[in-house]
Design a protein around this ligand. Structure first.
Ligand SMILES: [Zn+2]
Length: 510
């Protein structure tokens, strides 16, 4: 499954990677973290700023309670200790995207510590522990457009002060694919919690990775490098892999790996140095004098805990345990909260009132196969070819469709065609089947008539069958199907034919 399969040998060598991720999550709030400026993107440059977020003298920041509540929700969701009291600090560094010369963040006393996120890896679940979650404000955005042949630099402070929650993992990830799985889990979680859009291509999530390698089985701590600018899950995997190979080559050549900040260059497909240890900014942290300690009251804590709700991995485990679904299926059915809710209602609809009892597990399996397989494929194709007219059938409509399949009113091929029309038009399955005359013929008398006709027309074959040539049964089934123009229900044909042949055999033996 991973991109590096068969490409490198670092995993079977005597070194193992030690990877920790820092994920910046843009919290979904209307205003910025410490002022009333709008937090949305896309406005003309520098139109969403004020003296507070630009740090003019004499202004005072006031913390956005909504951002605090969303970060606390994340803390509860990962099972961390959400502290009643935490502190803000100023992180001083000088860069043109930082109008104040410092960034307000949390340092020694973060909002939340501890907790874990389970990820799905080959062979099952693995828990990645969380070190901390803290609040901080975003910086501005630099760009370097070319104007009349000259490179220019401009800065947009609209983003400065937008609320971020930074979630820092322990360095427990052991491969690029695990890092990718972890980031996917964080993205899924923030979408479930509705605290962030979670779309990496829109900058809702930004990821840095700390990477080092060590001798397999040892606990040595080696200098790590910090990999910045990983702006998609694929780039996280590729960037970390490139960095592991780079460090591996250095170690094999006998050289030491030095502490560096690196940028992943998507175009070149490699890492390049951003600054070496010598140039590394010496971050100086001071307590933020303008903000009082952040104190969470009971109401906010209780609310945040309640809003955390049922988590993606809980739902995944429940699907596995209650319905005996394989882990991979349960994972596919719970990728988004709407996916999980729809499948849940579909199962409720299917098992409602028709007393299937022991068939319940089989019904869930059939439903899972259709939802994961054909429905997803048809939706994708219709969406691509016909655009937004494609609609996912509501759970009730899907349940009605699946009943037709399970009761063998329609064949598998017909079912796929019916589902496609449902996706295109939103019409119910039974209507489509009725209008187009797609239902299979299940009428016993009609089928008995065709069977008698076929057997009477093939006396030699019947004789051979009675003499022991059992394979001829499928030939008879084929003849009956052709006689019915493919409309007879194959299961009913097989059942009645078996009965009929057994009767003839018994009679012949008398
Ligand atoms: Zn502002």
């Amino acid at each position: 499954m991973s991109a590096h399969e068969g490409k490198t040998d670092y995993q079977i060598q005597d070194f193992e990677p030690v990877i920790g991720l820092e994920v910046h999550i843009q919290l979904q709030t209307r205003s910025k973290l410490f002022c009333r400026c709008p937090a949305g993107f896309g406005a003309p440059a520098n139109t969403q700023t004020c003296p507070v977020c630009l740090g003019h003298p004499g202004t005072l920041p006031v913390v956005n309670r909504r951002a605090v509540a969303l970060a606390a929700r994340l803390g509860f969701a990962v099972g961390g200790r959400v502290h009643r009291r935490s502190l803000f600090a100023r992180k001083h560094y000088f860069y043109p995207d930082l109008p104040k010369g410092y960034q307000i963040t949390q340092f020694e006393s973060p909002l939340c510590e501890g907790g874990a996120i389970p990820i799905l890896v080959e062979g099952g679940e693995r828990e990645i522990r969380i070190k901390r979650i803290h609040l901080e404000e975003d910086a501005g955005k630099m760009s370097h457009p070319e104007r009349e042949g000259q490179r220019d630099s401009s800065v947009d402070f609209n983003r400065g002060g937008v609320p971020l929650a930074e979630i820092v993992s322990e360095p427990e990830l052991r491969s690029p694919s695990e890092a990718a799985a972890y980031l996917a889990a964080v993205r899924q979680l923030v979408q479930y919690l509705e605290i962030s859009g979670g779309r990496m291509e829109m900058g809702h999530l930004r990821c840095d990775a700390n990477v080092s390698i060590r001798r397999r089985g040892s606990l040595e701590m080696n200098p790590r490098t910090e990999l910045k600018n990983l702006n998609s899950i694929k780039n996280v995997e590729k960037g970390i892999e490139a960095e592991i190979i780079r460090q591996h080559l250095i170690r094999r050549g006998g050289g030491p790996v030095t502490h560096m900040t690196l940028l992943w260059d998507q175009v070149a497909g490699g890492v390049r140095s951003m600054r070496s240890k010598e140039e590394r900014p010496d971050y100086r942290y001071f307590p933020e004098p303008d903000l009082p300690p952040l104190v969470l009251d009971d109401e906010l804590l209780k609310h945040a805990q309640r809003e955390a709700g049922e988590l993606p991995w809980d739902i995944r485990r429940r699907f596995q345990e209650d319905w005996n679904l394989p882990a991979a299926d349960a994972e596919r059915l719970t990728r988004t909260r709407p996916d999980a809710c729809d499948f849940q209602s579909l199962v409720v609809q299917l098992s409602a009132g028709d007393g299937r009892g022991s068939d319940a597990e089989q019904a869930v399996k059939t439903a899972a196969n259709w939802v994961i397989g054909d429905l997803r494929r048809i939706l994708r194709r219709v969406l691509r070819e016909e655009g937004p007219c494609a609609r996912r059938p509501a759970p009730q409509a899907m349940a009605a469709f699946l009943r037709l399949v399970m009761d063998r009113v329609i064949s598998g091929d017909t079912a796929r065609a019916v589902l496609e029309v449902m996706v295109q038009t939103g019409r119910p399955a039974d209507q489509i089947v009725k209008e187009q005359g797609l239902a299979l013929i299940n009428d016993e008398a009609t089928i008995r008539g065709w069977i008698a006709e076929v057997l009477n027309n093939n006396p030699d074959a019947v004789e051979e069958y009675l003499a022991g040539k059992a394979v001829l049964k499928s030939y008879f089934v084929g003849c009956v199907m052709r006689r019915s123009d493919g409309k007879a229900c194959p299961r009913t044909v097989a059942m009645i034919l078996t009965e009929d042949l057994a009767f003839r055999k018994a009679k012949g033996g008398e």
